[in-house]
Design a protein around this ligand. Structure first.
Ligand SMILES: Nc1ncnc2c1ncn2[C@@H]1O[C@H](COP(=O)(O)OP(=O)(O)OP(=O)(O)O)[C@@H](O)[C@H]1O
Ligand SMILES: CC(C)(CO)[C@@H](O)C(=O)[O-]
Ligand code: BAL
Length: 296
């Protein structure tokens, strides 16, 4: 075994070196096995592990990447403070049945001279794209690199980061990357709060308020389905968040579920989604729910 592959218990390994990663994947391919990739930034919770389980349903071997990608964080964002707990993450992945944790360092991902970026027009614009300039370029670039390093049959992403999934679908279509993108449903706490590594930033008082976000989305979706005018419903939802102590609001919007273009109403019967991003104290929370089921 190479010095850059640290063995836990077979068949789980932690790999930092791209050449070792490729050796592992090549051996699986030679044995006729299908490979899934679950990209993460670590601080794993059951949302991530649900994607590992979904990966196991789609493939014989599951690679999880752990890389806190500096290029998707803005200068005033939480790159330095982002929770890092690789040992616990590795243990959780082994228990969940993942086969390989790929955890490169920053120099291994962006060696000296690195100069290429992947930039996606359309779906990257608006919503989080407006409030986190450069974020989706960072995501699209690192996900493209991860896909090309692993060359999986299937890659899994969470619907909690809904705009991210649409951006990645665009990338693999436009760049002819031969991988199936699968989106897993958002895993929530019993009170409705979407699991997120950043929930760890919430104070106890903020944690008590946080589930209101999902409840407000559910009430707005029900009102839209009942035929209330979208402008009124959205304004009421924004006021409810403010009254509960959220703010400032980045966006709370009704969008086409695929293109993410703004919808003034549900009239067209296209699949629609409510999406929100808002601060609660110093923590930025995002969430989204379907309003109309995805079109068949
Ligand atoms: N609650 C969740 N349910 C399903 N998938 C999730 C959930 N939270 C995160 N994921 C997915 O896990 C993958 C890795 O996400 P990431 O490591 O950024 O975790 P996170 O909890 O979303 O962290 P952050 O607090 O940075 O948003 C992404 O595809 C993301 O959509
Ligand atoms: C997809 C991803 C791992 C790329 O860094 C990240 O954006 C995330 O964790 O959702
Ligand atoms: N979960 C998306 C990664 C990010 O917020 O940077």
């Amino acid at each position: 075994m190479s010095a850059s592959a640290v063995s836990f218990q077979p068949p789980f390994s932690l790999v930092r070196d791209v050449a070792v990663l490729r050796q592992n994947v090549a051996a699986w391919r030679a044995a006729g096995l299908r490979v899934a990739l679950v990209p993460t930034m670590g601080a794993l919770h059951d949302g991530h592990l649900s994607l590992v389980r979904l990966g196991l349903a789609h493939a014989d071997r599951v690679v999880v990447s752990l890389f806190v990608n500096p290029t998707q964080f803005g200068p005033a964002e939480d790159f330095a403070a982002y929770p890092r707990q690789e040992g616990e993450d590795a243990a959780a992945l082994r228990t969940a049945g993942a086969h390989l944790l790929y955890a490169p360092d920053v120099a291994g991902m962006y060696p000296e001279g690195f100069a290429t970026t992947v930039s996606v027009a359309g779906v990257s614009e608006g919503l989080c794209g407006d409030h986190r300039p450069g974020h989706f370029q960072g995501v699209a670039t690192v996900v493209t690199k991860l896909l090309l390093r692993v060359l999986p049959d299937v890659a899994l992403f969470g619907e909690k980061d809904y705009q991210q999934v649409q951006v990645i679908r665009r990338v693999v279509t436009d760049l002819d990357i031969p991988v199936k993108i699968v989106a897993g449903p958002t895993v929530r706490e019993a009170d409705g709060l979407a699991l997120s590594s950043r929930n760890a930033y919430l104070s106890p008082a903020e944690r008590a308020v946080a589930p209101t976000l999902h409840r407000v989305l559910q009430e707005a979706a029900a009102a839209l389905r009942a035929g209330e005018a979208a402008a009124l419903v959205l304004e009421r939802a924004r006021s409810a968040l403010s009254a509960a102590g959220f703010g400032p609001l980045d966006y709370l919007d009704l969008r086409d579920a695929e293109t993410l273009v703004p919808l003034a109403s549900l009239g067209s019967r296209r699949a629609a989604r409510l999406l929100v991003a808002v601060k609660l104290g110093r923590t930025r929370l995002i969430d989204n729910i379907p309003v109309l089921a995805d079109a068949p």
